[in-house]
Design a protein around this ligand. Sequence first.
Ligand SMILES: Nc1nc2c(c(=O)[nH]1)N[C@H]1C(S)=C(S)[C@@H](COP(=O)(O)OP(=O)(O)OC[C@H]3O[C@@H](n4cnc5c(N)ncnc54)[C@H](O)[C@@H]3O)O[C@H]1N2
Ligand code: MOO
Length: 426
Amino acid sequence: MTAGVRSIGEVGSLLASDICGDPGLLSAMSAQERAAALVAGPVKAETVDLARLRGRISAEDVVSPTPLPPFDHSAMDGYAVASLDLDHVVRSRLAAGASGEPETLRPGDAARIFTGAPLPPGAVAVAMQERARREGDRIRLEFRPDHGANIRRRGEDVAAGDVIVPAGVRLDARHLAILASAGVEAVAVRRPVVVGLMSTGDELLRPGEPLRAGRIHDANRPMLAAILARPSHEVVDLGVAPDDRPTLTKLLLEAAERCDVIVTSGATSVGDEDHLAASVSAAGGRLDLARVALKPGKPVVVGHVGGAVLIGLPGNPFAALVAHMLIGRVALERLAGLTPRPLRPLPAIAAFGQRGPGSRTEFAPAALLGADSRGVLRVEKLGRGGSARLAPLIAADGLAVIPAGREEIRPGDPIGFLPFEAAMEL
Ligand SMILES: Nc1nc2c(c(=O)[nH]1)N[C@H]1C(S)=C(S)[C@@H](COP(=O)(O)OP(=O)(O)OC[C@H]3O[C@@H](n4cnc5c(N)ncnc54)[C@H](O)[C@@H]3O)O[C@H]1N2
Ligand code: MOO
């Protein structure tokens, strides 16, 4: 991985850079490595039928029991011909799905053939019917076909024994298509990772509860539940924990019994009411990572309570989102059996100027203004910063990514842009 971002072409790898000048903070890349290392391995595997595979993570390489296609066949409606000559006599008719061995073509013979039908032995090409004139049982081709024209060969897509789906991928429609083609009925996948979501803070109200003095509604649990609503994960709502050390300790211990991962938000900072670190410790757990060079998202912590991985996101909702995207996601992907993928911001240029983010990589809600004359995306930052603000996210197309180490950003400078579809992926 390369350090630094020097040109637009390199911006895609900016999250791979390990810049962080602040000795009190861990660089985003080192934090991701630590979060990954914290997870001993993926959850166990189970066998699941094709109809329920979408969104699950493959636990082993799946090999094809058959070549694909399984037999030589026609790619067009037309005539299978025994030679590359222009004139042929049509002696048989072959449709897809017909049973029985097709008759062998002899020199001068052709067979009327339809797309998907097995190629008769002796055929050297298929001529499209639009390129043939038929009179009775004779055809004359407009031009000599190329050898092998319009023939799909057995095994040209996949050979028997080829890996058609590798281990460690999230199965989508493409994988289901190839598994079904190969006749595979069931696949070993990782069982869903059980993720407990807990918000902390005496100020938090559940959705629908009337606002009272000094209280706010919990935004983080619904946000995180929406990101985690995937077949590879099972969300357990652990509710709101109070700002009280013994109670938080007890709730963490209970959660560790039921969950593979506990994702908390709030109580990660340094205030008297920020009890997470002390509660993790009182529960016999430990924190392996704290304070990362992210803006927002700096106070993210990661560790263990009992057998469960603990991901402590900051309380401010945008900070929680960024810390999840960069750090929590890595641990969750490893547990699910995925190879964690680095976020890959698109190369873009700033349509704004500001002071650089210093030692932290900055994420900010941003709108796409279109492309410049070279086709590079122009990105405008929205809002005036603040990890507690949600409205700029609603107006945004994604997140501007400004790598650590910049002193100043001027209009036209290379930055990164993460569309929300990529940013919000688990
Ligand atoms: N002296 C310092 N103070 C703070 C620092 C610091 O370094 N030194 N860091 C600041 C940063 S950066 C952040 S981010 C926050 C992180 O704080 P906590 O993780 O301890 O979170 P809380 O204090 O519990 O809450 C922060 C803020 O977010 C609101 N909140 C909490 N949970 C939710 C939720 N589920 N839904 C919506 N809003 C939530 C909470 O009411 C607070 O306003 O610390 C800074 N302070
Ligand atoms: O880093 Mo905090 O996460 O700015 O709000």
